[in-house]
Each structure stands twice: as structure tokens, then as C-alpha cells.
Design a protein around this ligand. Structure first.
Ligand code: 5RP
Ligand code: MG
Length: 217
């Protein structure tokens, strides 16, 4: 399957996020209520995105570390299909969140930041998790961290364990070829789309690259 394109909305104001949604929702497959947006504007951000994009997958990127049941209930009731849980969360949090997500026909994605192991990944898989997000953090990127052979090898091992990967962290269309051998569920892009003067043109460049690289696979 070809990778999907996910728009990450990390605005500090819902009004400005909604302006970008208006420009971009026809050009992307998945809409993310980003961590920054939700911390700034609350649950209302998820509700507004669901109301404005009824046909899209909506993700609550909350990077949940505890209270998995309550927060998944909040996210799904507000209209999210998927919610993120941070890799450092206890397995009990992952299991509780997943159980609630499944009751809503939704899903949980594990956010891979910092320290995690392949044993963790196997435990998530055993608990029913099928999606993870391979993330280069904003701050890591700003301090010069690039995508390395080590990242690609870790991605391949995660795929072999059975986890579908979404990839994010300052991704641009020119980066996609790096991941040509990975079975990617979605590329998640925020700044590359919303900080460009012509966001639909960048979305189109993402889709063209995806078609070129994965179209015949
Ligand atoms: C940061 C995030 C962002 O939503 C993700 O990195 C996508 O945004 P960008 O393309 O601007 O990096 O979750 O923690
Ligand atoms: Mg995000």
C-alpha cells in the first residue's frame, strides 16, 4: 500500500490551524490535532477538526504517558480515530488506551521518542498495538540530527516485528526517497506544508514523490 500524507497542525491558535485546514484538507489523507495545538486550545481542537473534516482520519497527537483510559475516552468521544501514546508509558497505559480506542473502532499509535527497545516493541505488538510513529523531534532536528542508516535499520526491524510505521520530524518531499525500502503507513508533515506560501503545491509534491517511489510496489 502507498504511504498516506498526514497534516500535523502544531499551531498555537485554533483559528490559524483552521485556516490551514481550509487550504489543505482536500490535499491530505489524515488530519492531526498536534500536541502544541491541543495544549494551547484543548479538546475543542479535536472536535472542530472532526466537524470540518468528517471524511478524514483525525489523530489526537497527545503523546499520552498515563491515564490511558480516560484520555483515549476523551479523544475518541471528541472525534479522533487515532491517539498517540508515548513509548515511555507503562504497558498498562498502552493496554487501557487501546482497549478504549477499539471500543470506538479507533487505534493507538506509539510515539517513538528517546529511549525504547525492540523488546518494548514486541510487548506493544503482543498487547495488540499495530502502529508506531518514528519521530525525529523538533529539538533534535534543530540541533542538527539527520536521518541515519541506524534509523533506517531500526525502522526495518520494527516493520519485521509487525508494526506499521508513520514517519515524521521536519519531513520534506525531498526526504522521502530515504525511506523507499520501508513499508510506511503515513508521512506526517507540519511545517513543510503550513510554512510554505503555497501549501497545496507542497502537498502535491509529497504525493508525486510517493507515487514515484511506491506507486509500482
Ligand atoms: C512534534 C510533532 C509534529 O507534529 C511532527 O513532528 C510533524 O511536524 P513537523 O513536520 O513540523 O516536524 O509531533 O513532536
Ligand atoms: Mg505531532
Amino acid at each position: 500500500m502507498k504511504p498516506l500524507l498526514q497534516l500535523a497542525l502544531d499551531h498555537t491558535s485554533l483559528a490559524s490551524a483552521l485556516q490551514d485546514v481550509e487550504k489543505l484538507h482536500h490535499h491530505v489523507d489524515i488530519i492531526e490535532a498536534g500536541t502544541i495545538l491541543c495544549l494551547s486550545e484543548g479538546l475543542h481542537a479535536v472536535r472542530e477538526l472532526r466537524a470540518r473534516c468528517p471524511e478524514k482520519i483525525v489523530v489526537a497527537d497527545w503523546k499520552v504517558a498515563d491515564a490511558g483510559e480516560t484520555l483515549a475516552q476523551q479523544a475518541m468521544t471528541a472525534g479522533a480515530n487515532w491517539m498517540t501514546v508515548i513509548c515511555a508509558a507503562p504497558l498498562a497505559t498502552v493496554e487501557k488506551a487501546l482497549s478504549v480506542a477499539k471500543q470506538h473502532q479507533g487505534d493507538i499509535q506509539i510515539e517513538l521518542f528517546g529511549n525504547w527497545t525492540f523488546d518494548d516493541a514486541r510487548a506493544w505488538y503482543k498487547a495488540g498495538i499495530r502502529q508506531a510513529i518514528y519521530h525525529r523531534g523538533r529539538d533534535a532536528q534543530a540541533s542538527g540530527q539527520t536521518w541515519s542508516e541506524t534509523d533506517l535499520n531500526r525502522m526495518k526491524t520494527l516493520s519485521d516485528i509487525g508494526l506499521e510505521l508513520s514517519i515524521t520530524g521536519g519531513i520534506t518531499p525531498d526526504d522521502l526517497h530515504l525511506f523507499r525500502d520501508i513499508a510506511v503507513r503515513a508521512f506526517i508533515a507540519g511545517r513543510a506544508l503550513v510554512e510554505n506560501p503555497n501549501p497545496p503545491a507542497v502537498a502535491s509534491a509529497f504525493h508525486q514523490q510517493i507515487q514515484t517511489i511506491w506507486g509500482s510496489k
